[in-house]
Every structure is written in structure tokens, then in C-alpha cells.
Design a protein around this ligand. Structure first.
Ligand SMILES: Nc1ncnc2c1ncn2[C@@H]1O[C@H](COP(=O)(O)OP(=O)(O)OP(=O)(O)O)[C@@H](O)[C@H]1O
Ligand SMILES: [Mg+2]
Length: 412
């Protein structure tokens, strides 16, 4: 047997020095360009070091802007400082995407603070009031100040309403030996509109909005991570710049930039190249777009697939900026070929809106003066993604639709 087949991706040969550092789950010790956000959190949370109650906060901002990383970093520093000066402070982070019921969130908070096995809340089975009581008891027996970070809080509220937030933001009225504050993190900018006014005013007593990074800021973030995570001298000129520019186009998303760089280096590794070039970044971009869009396209409900197919078919016939009416007439033909009853034309507008919100098409409404309004619809699926193949592979019923011939009208 020759050399082990895994060897060239491991150890000395790899272009990575420490691949984990480039993973978006890694929390770095230094977060450039978030000085103001860190300062705002610090000014509020410093109260815990005085044994006082910090204000509740809501942190907003689009994905990948460092909300989770900044909060973790500040909480860690707070706990370290608390230890040094002998203050009891705890910080419990709950990701409400994965822990997404009132019971489980309260149980997680209670269990993280449980002083012993007897104080643990079981996975299910208790009335919620009892869980809340246990949480309170655990908080009191620990004493000090407790920071509850509810990350991706909008997921919880969207699914189960905001009634968990009322008791959580009321705890301070009942506690004698401890205090707490809640930090909600969300990328839904309209989050507070989902909340009861009383809860919104209690939770959002301090709001902190994270703004998108620009390309040069992302470049700094990447360069810093690359120093620790990538072997010296293997990134060709322009690699970090291209990753930063591409991520800046996507609402200044640092996670996207890290993913691009990590996947680009991985591609170079797999191809046995000694240097990472902008070509690897382009390949990484294609790969990430593909990975992101494929599940979205393949899981579309059948009629939405038909509508998307109708738009793509029109485009392949040279028609762009098509109207809802034009989509509808092709969609009716596809329904005929699929032997299904078409949705009424009114519903097609909603389907198109949904495809737009998923980032698969753009639908712009234009005014036709006294003749009303019309939609101009275009697909926005990148060229390297073959949506028709994805839909056909995901759904047998698309086969007769795709295999039929269509007599499409061209615009005069
Ligand atoms: N200023 C920064 N310096 C270094 N790394 C950063 C910075 N901002 C973000 N990152 C990194 O980018 C990635 C995404 O950041 P983070 O998870 O904090 O985003 P987020 O705002 O919480 O996004 P989401 O809303 O999707 O949860 C993480 O790996 C994080 O370490
Ligand atoms: Mg986050």
C-alpha cells in the first residue's frame, strides 16, 4: 500500500494552519470594527460588576454582522472580570432556533444554573409554572447577576408567541437574592412589532443596531483570521480582496466572507494546488451559491415549481421583464402537462411574491398610469445553478412538464 489517501488533506500538506479558526462557529478574541457595539454592551453590562441590574436589550442586524460573536466576547470578558473581583455573575446563552419552546428555553436557563442534580428540570413533563419556579430557585441559590442571552429570539416568538418574555422580564420583581437581565438577538428588524407593547418596552429598553461591514472592514476581519488559520504566503494577492468584495455585496456579511475563504482554501487543497488564487474563490462562490439555493429550489411546493419553471421558460425564449399575465399563461400550459388544475390567477401574484422573498426571482411593480400597475418579473438564480434540473430531480411530477414542448409567444 502507498501513502494514506487522507494524508494530503491533513497535516503538513494542507494550506490551512488551523481550519477551525476560519469556521464561522469560532469566536475570536478580537473583533475589529465592532468597537462601538462592544462599548454599548459594556456600558450596560458593567452594572453587573457593581452588583446592579443591567437593562434588558435587543440587538438587531442582518446575518453575519457579529451580533453573536460580540455578545459572547463581552459576556466572557464580564465573567472573567467578575471572577477577578469576586462578583457572582452568570451568563446563559440559548439559541432559540434549536431550543424553540417556552418549556425548553426555561429548562435550559434553569439547568445551566442548577446547583445540584436535584435542581435539574426534566426534558419534558413539568407544568411550565413549575419550570419557572425552579429557574427562580436556581437563580436565588446562585445569587448575583444573571445575564440571559436569547439568540435568534424571533424564531421562538414567531413560533410560540411572546408569552415566555413576560415572566422572564418580570423575574426581577420577585427575586430577593439575585438579579437578571435579558439580551435578545435578532436579525428581524421588525421584531418588536411582533411583541405585545408592554413586553416590547421592557425588553427593548436599550436597542443596539449592527450595521453592515464594508469591503475594507471585512478585509481586516479576514486578514486577522487568516494570520492564525492559514499558512503564511499561500494566499495570492487579491484573494482576501475578492472574498471581501463578494461578501460586502451580500449585506456586508462576515460569515459569508469566512465561508468563501475557507471553501476556497479547501478547493485549492483538494486540487493539490500550492497557492490559493481568485479562481478558487470563484469556485467557492459557485459552490456556496449552489449549496444555498439547491434546498430552497428543491423544496418549493409543486405549483411554485411550476410558476418558477414558467418564468425560466419565458427567459430561455428571450423574454425578460415578463408580466404576471405572461407567467400565468405559461403556467396554465405547465399545469395541463402535469395534469393538475391550475391555481386561480390571483394566487399567482402571491406565489411570485414568495419566490421573490426566497431570492429566486425579482418582481418589480411598475405603474402604468391610469392603466393600473404591472409586475416586471425576472429570475435571479445564478447561471451556474440549473434550477430546472434541480426541480426535476426533486420531484418526479416535474418530468412531464419539462419534457413537453411549449409554443411560447414572443413579444412583438
Ligand atoms: N468584527 C469581527 N471580527 C472578527 N470576526 C467577526 C467579526 N464580525 C463577525 N465575525 C465573524 O463572522 C461570523 C459571523 O458572526 P456572528 O455569528 O456573530 O453573526 P450574527 O450577527 O450573529 O449573524 P446571525 O444573525 O446570522 O446569527 C463569526 O464567525 C464571527 O466570528
Ligand atoms: Mg448570531
Amino acid at each position: 500500500m502507498g501513502e494514506n489517501i487522507f494524508n494530503h488533506l491533513l497535516g503538513d500538506d494542507s494550506l490551512f494552519k488551523n481550519r477551525d479558526v476560519l469556521h464561522h462557529g469560532f469566536t475570536p478574541d478580537n473583533l475589529p470594527h465592532r468597537e462601538n457595539e462592544i462599548k454599548t454592551l459594556v456600558h450596560n453590562l458593567v452594572e453587573a460588576l457593581h452588583g446592579q441590574m443591567p437593562s434588558n436589550m435587543i440587538l438587531y442586524g442582518q446575518p453575519g454582522l457579529g451580533k453573536t460573536a460580540v455578545t459572547r466576547y463581552v459576556c466572557k470578558q464580564l465573567l472573567d472580570r467578575g471572577k477577578e473581583i469576586g462578583r457572582t455573575i452568570s451568563a446563559v446563552e440559548v439559541n432559540c432556533c434549536s431550543i424553540d419552546t417556552k418549556y425548553r428555553v426555561l429548562a435550559k436557563l434553569a439547568n445551566d444554573l442548577a446547583p445540584d442534580n436535584e435542581s435539574l428540570v426534566p426534558f419534558t413533563g413539568w407544568p411550565t409554572d413549575k419550570v419557572l419556579q425552579q429557574l427562580q430557585q436556581n437563580m436565588e441559590s446562585q445569587g448575583g447577576v444573571h445575564i440571559f442571552v436569547l439568540d435568534e429570539i424571533d424564531h421562538l416568538v414567531k413560533r410560540h408567541g411572546d408569552d415566555i418574555l413576560y415572566p422572564l422580564t418580570s423575574l426581577n420583581y420577585e427575586l430577593r437574592n439575585s438579579k437578571c437581565c435579558v439580551i435578545g438577538i435578532t436579525n428581524d428588524l421588525q421584531f418588536t412589532e411582533m411583541l405585545d407593547a408592554r413586553i416590547a418596552s421592557r425588553l427593548g429598553s436599550e436597542d443596539l443596531a449592527f450595521s453592515p461591514y464594508n469591503a475594507s472592514q471585512i478585509g481586516d476581519i479576514l486578514s486577522q483570521r487568516a494570520l492564525v488559520g492559514v499558512r503564511e504566503g499561500v494566499l495570492e494577492n487579491g484573494v482576501i480582496k475578492l472574498c471581501s468584495a463578494l461578501a460586502a455585496q451580500e449585506h456586508g456579511d462576515a460569515r459569508r466572507a469566512l465561508d468563501l475563504l475557507r471553501v476556497a482554501i479547501h478547493k485549492a487543497d483538494v486540487m493539490g494546488d500550492k497557492l490559493v488564487s481568485t479562481e478558487h474563490v470563484r469556485l467557492a462562490q459557485n459552490q456556496l451559491q449552489f449549496d444555498q439555493m439547491t434546498p430552497v429550489i428543491s423544496s418549493l411546493p409543486f405549483h411554485q415549481k411550476l410558476v418558477l419553471y414558467s418564468i425560466l421558460l419565458n427567459e430561455s425564449n428571450g423574454l425578460t421583464n415578463i408580466s404576471t399575465g405572461e407567467v400565468f399563461s405559461v403556467y396554465q400550459m405547465t399545469c395541463n402537462n402535469a395534469s393538475v388544475t391550475p391555481l386561480v390567477s390571483r394566487s399567482i401574484g402571491n406565489v411570485i411574491k414568495n419566490l421573490d422573498s426566497l431570492g429566486l426571482v425579482t418582481a418589480k411593480t411598475t405603474s402604468l398610469g391610469r392603466y393600473g400597475r404591472s409586475n416586471r418579473i425576472n429570475s435571479c438564480i445564478p447561471q451556474n445553478i440549473n434550477a430546472i434540473t434541480i426541480m426535476t430531480e426533486a420531484d418526479e411530477a416535474m418530468k412531464p412538464v419539462v419534457n413537453s414542448t411549449y409554443r411560447l409567444q414572443a413579444r412583438l
